[in-house]
Every structure is written in C-alpha cells, then in structure tokens.
Write a protein that binds this ligand. Sequence first.
Ligand code: IMP
Length: 180
Amino acid sequence: MQRDIEEVLVSRETISEMVRTLGKRISEDYEGQELVLIGVLKGGFVFLADLMREITIPVDMDLISVSSYGAQTRSSGVVRIIKDIDITITNKHVLIVEDIVDTGLTLKHLKELLSTRGPASIKVAAAFDKPSRRKVEIEAEYKGIVIPDKFVIGYGLDYAGKYRNLPDLCTLSPKVYSKA
Ligand code: IMP
C-alpha cells in the first residue's frame, strides 16, 4: 500500500492536533446543550471516531450513508439516502461530521434534508476542505485543514474503495490511476 502513495500531504500528527482543537471548540460551544453527531459514511467514520473522543460533553451519535443519483445528475447535488439515522433529531443540536468538503453538493443537500426534521440547529464539521472546487456556497463551521485541489486518500478517504485505513492524508501515485 505504501508504494501507491505519492506524497504525505497532511501527517497523522497534524491531523491529531487539528482534531484536538476542533473537539475543544465544539465542547465549549455546545456546553449544556443536547448535541447529536451525525457521521457521513463511509469517509466520515474515521474523523467521527477521533473527534467524538476529543469532545468532553455528553453527545449522542448516529451514521448516515448517502449517494448521488447516478453520474448524470451528480452536478445537481441531489442525494439519495442509503442508510438513514435511527435517532430523532427534532429540537436537538446536530453536527454533521464529514471527511471532506469538495464541490459542497452532497453536504448542501444533506443539510437541507436533515433541516426538514426540525433540529434546534444544524452545523458541519469537516476534517478537510478543498475550497477551490466549490460549486455551491457552503462552509463547514468547524473546518479542519484546507488542502489544494488534489485527489487525496487516507484518514477515511478512498480510491476505488481502498486506502481508507492510511493514517496520513496522502496523494496517490499516478501509476495507480493508469492501471485503472
Ligand atoms: P462533494 O459533494 O463534491 O463535496 O464531495 C462528496 C464526497 O466526495 C466527500 O464526502 C468524499 O467522500 C468524496 N471526495 C471528495 N474529494 C475526495 C478526494 O480527494 N478523495 C476521496 N474522496 C473525495
């Protein structure tokens, strides 16, 4: 697996530091409130697992899985729920936990969708951000690390289903793409 890496873009140490900082901010901001973390599968689960352990207030958590409505309509950002959350979020403070904000389309639609269920508030925590790729105006309130417009793998992010288990955020060697 290491041979498929081109470069380490963000080290595991830098990621840990970022997660600690975000966890502290979230704990302070939501003190005394009922907070629900909703991790977006599959990519968001690594960040969710780390982030929730840096949060020092009681939280509830759940997972959601979405996919876009096929390649043709991807630009519309319309997403389909593959696995919904089991818990009720009405009157609760919701924090969506995402791996990366790229075009922002998935997140925008997911936020709209969850808003219809009457949460007290709805915000976003994203481990990484590629602002140069944005197609819709959306910003994570808790933003981790801004990265350049490069395809990245590791820390939950995949290429063709693989490399999610890399602890660092890396770029993929071009020889892997050319084999595809
Ligand atoms: P968006 O809707 O374009 O903002 O991106 C939605 C999803 O695409 C993210 O949650 C990621 O799972 C995936 N994605 C975006 N950029 C990358 C990348 O560089 N590597 C791997 N997955 C990515």
